[in-house]
Each structure stands twice: as C-alpha cells, then as structure tokens.
Design a protein around this ligand. Structure first.
Ligand code: ZN
Length: 162
C-alpha cells in the first residue's frame, strides 16, 4: 500500500479553519489539491502530519504559526508610494519585492490609496493557528520531470501547464 512520503504526489481534499471555526479555505466542492511531498509545496506542519498517511485516511491536523505561515512581525505593515506598484495593483494581491540587499520577498497588498499602498510583509494567515481537515484521495510516485520542477503536474502527472 502506498503511503505519503518524500517524492510522492498526494492528492487531498482539505478544509482550513481558524481558531474560531470559520472556514478560511477549502477544496471541497472543487478540484482536490495535488502536491509534491517533501518540496515545500504546503506549510511544513501540515506536510509533517501527512507523512505516512494512506489513501482513504481522514485526519485533523492542527498547525501552530511557527509551522504554518509564521509569526506576525510587529513591523510587518508599511505604506509605500503608489508609483512603486503596477497600475493594476489591488487589495489582496500577492507581489514580490526586492529588498536593499537584492533578496526577493513576498508582500501582500492590504489597501490601495491614491498616494500610498499599504502592504504587509506577513502572509494574511501569519500568527494564526490552522486547523486542517484532510482526506487523502490518491498517492503516487512523482515522475522525473515533477521532481526536477519541485511540483506536481496535476493529479496524474500528465498536465502540461508550462
Ligand atoms: Zn512544472
């Protein structure tokens, strides 16, 4: 029986809730999620708790911020001049910015004003404890191309998305 391990592609349905039970994200009712295990495709705490799970398993995985989207930084929210952004910038967008040392950082847009854009260096779910309900639908070995790319090419490995 195949179980989820490094270099397998797992296909799961999941529902993510916050501490208050509110549904933050779910694949149920849509396409399930396929990911390449062991390649940072999903948050570390969920990946760790899916290791060795088999098709048909259902589990609840509680993930603390340190193994989820990180702790929230006190200085993570900033205002930056509007001119530094693309014309179509919208609240909720994720963009990438380069810091003074040439490192590429993900940023999240919180609000767009005429002069300034409010951004957050932290993921919107930073600081949140995550409650995942997961059902394992399928597990297969990754193919060579998927291992090179570091992500799956669809549930069956035959999607040509690039
Ligand atoms: Zn690829």
């Amino acid at each position: 029986m195949s179980v989820i391990a490094s270099n397998t592609v797992a296909t799961i349905h999941y529902t993510l809730r916050g501490d208050d039970g509110e549904v933050l994200d779910t694949s149920v009712g849509g396409d399930p999620l396929s990911y390449l295990h062991g390649h940072d495709n999903i948050v570390p705490g969920l990946e760790r708790q899916l290791t060795d799970r088999a098709v048909g398993d259902r589990l609840t995985a509680i993930v603390e911020p340190a193994e989820g989207y990180g702790e929230r930084r006190p200085d993570g929210r900033r205002s930056i001049e509007r001119a530094a952004f693309p014309a179509d910038v919208q609240p909720g967008m994720q963009l990438f910015a380069e810091d003074g040392e040439g490192r590429v950082l993900p940023i999240w847009v919180r609000a767009v004003g005429e002069q300034e854009v409010e951004i957050d260096l932290d993921h919107p779910l930073a600081g949140a404890r995550l409650h995942f309900e997961v059902e394992v639908l399928e597990v297969r070995a990754a193919n060579a191309e998927e291992l090179t790319h570091g992500h799956p090419h669809g549930r069956h490995g035959d999607a040509h998305h690039h």
